[in-house]
Design a protein around this ligand. Structure first.
Ligand SMILES: *[C@@H]1O[C@H](CO)[C@@H](O)[C@H](O)[C@H]1NC(C)=O
Ligand SMILES: *[C@@H]1O[C@H](CO)[C@@H](O)[C@H](O)[C@H]1NC(C)=O
Length: 205
């Protein structure tokens, strides 16, 4: 689905905030600022992105990857985060592009973040799913991961090695998340889609 994709990690806040991304490899070997380079500062193996009322910041991978897995540790802005989106996504080039988005939608003080995912295939999106979270993503860094290959794209919250497929435990976690935390699924939105999108069929069994 995401063949020949590059990663684009972007973060956008309205309020002043500093976010640290820790990587085991030196940041600039693998990534480059994608926008707002003046909102970056480097500190050993950590990159700090400053986010203020002028701009957020984003970085992208230098290379493209046919398959892989990324782990990212994020602590989201707390308090009034309404109107902010913290996102990571991967996208191929061109008009008929493929894309996978993972977005944290900010909320007003005391109200929870919602996670929205979307998938574009051949330039067509409209595949939103929304989840609420079972932990407070603003209190600490949490690991989020995306696994992708030519057969599947999976977003997750675990932090264990994944080879090329989900193991049984992870498949069960995915089922649990769908059952307990999915608050919107385009697959079940008959008002938008007169017939069930073809890739949704297997969810129903
Ligand atoms: C941005 O925030 C700073 C500090 O809070 C403030 O002084 C400045 O006026 C703001 N600028 C804009 C364009 O809102
Ligand atoms: C904000 O929180 C409210 C109340 O919990 C929820 O219904 C809504 O979906 C949230 N909005 C966003 C954009 O996440």
């Amino acid at each position: 689905m995401a063949s020949s994709s590059s990663f684009l990690f972007t973060t956008l806040f309205l309020s002043l905030y500093v976010c640290s991304v820790i990587s085991t490899a030196k940041f600039d070997q693998l990534f480059q600022p994608y926008w707002a380079a003046d909102h970056f500062s480097f500190d050993g193996e950590a990159v700090n992105m400053k986010l203020d009322n002028f701009s957020g910041a984003g970085f992208s991978s230098k290379s493209k990857y046919m398959f892989g897995k990324v782990n990212i540790q994020i602590k989201l802005v707390e308090g009034d985060s309404a109107g902010t989106v913290t996102a990571f996504y991967m996208s191929s080039d061109g008009p008929k592009h493929h894309e996978f988005d993972f977005e944290f939608l900010g909320n007003t003080t005391g109200e929870p973040y919602v996670v929205q995912t979307n998938v574009y295939v051949n330039g067509v999106g409209n595949r939103e799913q929304r989840l609420n979270l079972w932990f407070d993503p603003t209190k600490d860094f949490h690991s989020y991961s995306v696994l992708w290959n030519q057969r599947q794209v999976v977003g997750g919250w675990w932090d264990r090695p994944v080879l090329s497929e989900l193991n049984v435990h992870q498949s069960h976690q995915l089922i649990w998340v769908r059952a307990n935390h999915m608050i919107y699924d385009y697959c079940n939105d008959a008002a938008r889609f007169a017939s069930v999108p073809v890739e949704c069929e297997h969810h129903r069994h």
